[in-house]
Design a protein around this ligand. Structure first.
Ligand code: PLP
Length: 378
């Protein structure tokens, strides 16, 4: 049977689970960015929003772009957050589906999209799936993993169809400074290419944060967001894309949205409840995460693993000795701690590994003891 080359895609975050399945015994999982697998849960009022929708009979196919009251809540939230409401939004099955619509709309064979390196792996796969080239630009580790606009300028050409940024970042936990964001806007303006700004962690911040839509006023912009992380509901698959100054791209994504009918209607009412609630879960969430981040940073420092301090989200991306795949495999086999090899996040991920700091302190301490023992054994 012929299987198309464009399906030769990889997603390191889940690919390592197949390795773990072959290793007997209990493992400590530091590989997956799912807070609900640890001691976090969806806020009650968000759950109520979805349950109420089911009870009220909203179990029908919704509109392909999302129902009007849900779109209104998104526009109001975006405006409150960045001072600017989008021209249009489309509700999708997680940010994952927004990425699929955008890349399918933008890429033909021979086109490229500029991606930050290291990069959340779905973006690499989305290029392969659309027969396009993922072209990685540098993020500067010494500058808190901020993106390098000069490297973007070197890599951009007349087949570049978009520039992606992820802020706050997975896998590095970086929050981009205004200066660097302005640099990205300047490059996009010079070449008239749209910016795709993935902001799915924009409420999980431990430092000043600037939404791209507040800066990128005169360029084409799509911002991506959802409730998987900010409202602790990744299993609901509820996200959206918001379009600024790019009606044609919106129309194309809308055509793609129609062929898959609609996103999950009851879950979209969970998003409505989230966006009209009081966000009282955020401060306790950040407090817990900060304690865990600080614990991990202290331990990495003590064991001599260099790690840029994460300023947002719940990932840390330390350097590791030797080949990162071998390091992660060895750590799993010898100490039963599951992490993700950095090269799974693209070129600049090499020589690093990604951990989540979602587990409670006792589990994290145990994981750090094991990592330390493993590092010393090398
Ligand atoms: C940067 C980034 N974008 C998108 C996603 C996928 O989000 P969703 O659950 O909304 O599909 C993730 C999930 O980890 C992510 O880290």
């Amino acid at each position: 049977m012929k299987i198309c080359a464009r399906t030769d895609v990889h997603y390191a975050i889940r690919d390592v689970v197949a390795w773990a399945d072959k290793v007997p015994g209990e493992k400590i999982h530091l590989n997956i960015g799912d807070p609900d697998k640890f001691d976090f849960d969806t806020p009650e009022w968000v759950k109520e929003g979805m349950i109420r929708a089911i009870r009220d009979g909203k179990n029908y196919y919704g509109r392909s772009e999302g129902n009007p009251e849900v779109l209104k809540a998104i526009a109001q939230r975006d405006e409150k957050f960045s001072g600017r409401a989008p021209d249009h939004s489309i509700v999708t099955q997680g940010v994952a589906e927004s990425i699929e619509f955008l890349f399918a709309s933008l890429m033909d064979k021979g086109d490229n999209i500029l991606l930050p390196s290291p990069i959340y792996p779905q973006y690499l796969a989305a290029c392969t799936m659309n027969c396009g080239e993922p072209r990685e630009y540098h993020c500067i580790e010494e500058e808190g993993w901020n993106p390098d606009p000069e490297d973007m300028r070197k890599k951009i050409d007349d087949r570049t169809r978009a520039i992606v940024i992820i802020n706050p970042n997975n896998p590095t936990g970086a929050i981009y400074s205004k200066k660097f964001l302005q640099g990205v806007v300047d490059v996009a303006a010079e070449h008239d290419v749209p910016i795709i700004s993935d902001e799915i962690y924009d409420m999980i911040t431990f430092d000043d944060y600037t939404p791209m839509s507040s800066l990128a006023k005169d360029v084409k912009l799509v911002s991506l967001n959802g409730i998987s992380k900010n409202y602790l509901s990744p299993g609901w698959r509820m996200g959206y894309s918001s379009f600024y100054n790019c009606d044609e791209l919106y129309e194309s994504c809308l055509r793609l949205a129609r062929i898959r009918l609609c996103a999950n209607t009851p879950a979209s009412y969970g998003l409505l409840a989230a966006y009209t609630g009081d966000d009282s879960h955020i401060e306790p969430l950040k407090k817990k995460l900060l304690t865990r981040r600080d614990l991990m940073m202290k331990r990495f420092d003590e064991m001599g693993l260099h790690c840029v301090e994460p300023k947002g989200a719940f990932y840390a991306f330390p350097q590791c000795p030797g080949d990162d795949r071998e390091f992660v495999k060895g750590l799993l086999e010898k100490e039963k701690v599951l992490t993700v090899f950095g090269s799974g996040f693209g070129e600049q991920g090499k020589g690093h590994f990604r951990v989540v700091f979602l587990p409670d302190e006792a589990t994290l301490s145990e994981a750090c003891d094991r990592i330390e023992r493993y590092v010393k054994s090398l």
